[in-house]
Design a protein around this ligand. Sequence first.
Ligand SMILES: *[C@@H]1O[C@H](CO)[C@@H](O)[C@H](O)[C@H]1NC(C)=O
Ligand SMILES: *[C@@H]1O[C@H](CO)[C@@H](O)[C@H](O)[C@H]1NC(C)=O
Ligand SMILES: *[C@@H]1O[C@H](CO)[C@@H](O)[C@H](O)[C@H]1NC(C)=O
Length: 372
Amino acid sequence: MVKSIGIAKVAFLLVLFVSTARAQSIFDATKDGAKANGPDINAALTSTWKKACASATPSKVLIPKGIFLLSAGKTTEDGGWVTFQRIEGFTFSGDGQGASSWGACGNDYCKQLPINMRFDFITNGLVQDVTSLNNKQFHVNVLGCKNAAFHRFTITAPANSKNTDGIHIGRSSGIEITDSKIAMGDDCISIGGGARNVSITKVTCGPGHGINVESLGQYEREEPVVRITVKGCTLTNTDNGMRIKTWPASYAGSASNMHFEDLTMVNVSNPIIIDQAYCPHNDCNAKHPSCVKINNVSFKNIRGTSTTPIAVKLACSSGVPCDSVELANIDLKYIGKEGPISSECSNVKPKVIGVPNALACGSPTAAPSRKA
Ligand SMILES: *[C@@H]1O[C@H](CO)[C@@H](O)[C@H](O)[C@H]1NC(C)=O
Ligand SMILES: *[C@@H]1O[C@H](CO)[C@@H](O)[C@H](O)[C@H]1NC(C)=O
Ligand SMILES: *[C@@H]1O[C@H](CO)[C@@H](O)[C@H](O)[C@H]1NC(C)=O
């Protein structure tokens, strides 16, 4: 049914600003013809953002309160339904009406479908109080941003919505995601090549595929992933808790200085997982090891329940084994009936502190630390 993906209503609620010391130019989309309850505003938004981008000073784009129509067929040039550039903060809410297109490309990423919101090349930005509902593809894509914070995002779609990653971060530095609720059918947050200095705190995730450092090694000269922290998050009914995955037979790459701390897993299939032979649908050469080096990773204070017996899986590459992996204060219970809880580890010798023997990858465990 073509009609069902034709039009979406998007409610832009309120425009908030953060104060900055530097002068800013303001661009009002209504001056370019955006009108509440009027015709499709894609063209108006495109011209407003073009002006904002061409501006020499930091700029803000104003979108008034109201319901606006955007045509789904016409995506912006870069494949976003709505692309935000150089904006300082606003409230945005809407319904992507994506149900008709979930799974439209089988298990594959659907390139022709729009991403609900793209944040491209935003520097020193704050975006908060955003709701994204039932998107067709990724909800939020963060690309080329520097020092951008995303607070209080609510992302909602059903568990069966394929390839609807909540927030994807690539080639960006200084990204902060906090106080957010993400429920949908794919990765709640995916962290891709070139993500540096990313901090994720107080996020609830589920249903979905958990928080992922993503599918590295697929592209040549992929930039390293470095300095990632995930802290104080709760994952509920997800396929993975905290996962790092890389492709086998891959290009060289690296992911390092990643610290995952104070995480609660509720009924999660794979609470702690490094998978360097990630090969969905068997369409890769799994015989050759991944060439992505994983180094300096810790999982600390992780508690909760696992729905599979292998609650800790560290499957590192035989080509470039993982270095400096630490497991500390892990308290996970298996809630199924297929035997005792266990861990499965290869090409890694983690340092373990306060981890039950069964979850310690066969490494000798030290006493729990006294940290609460
Ligand atoms: C990342 O953080 C480190 C340490 O806090 C800092 O030295 C570095 O400049 C930051 N890099 C980027 C790209 O934000
Ligand atoms: C491990 O990562 C942390 C956080 O980025 C960093 O402070 C520390 O220096 C790293 N350790 C090594 C040995 O690189
Ligand atoms: C726990 O997760 C399993 C799938 O892994 C699901 O079938 C079950 O309904 C979940 N339990 C609860 C209480 O949500």
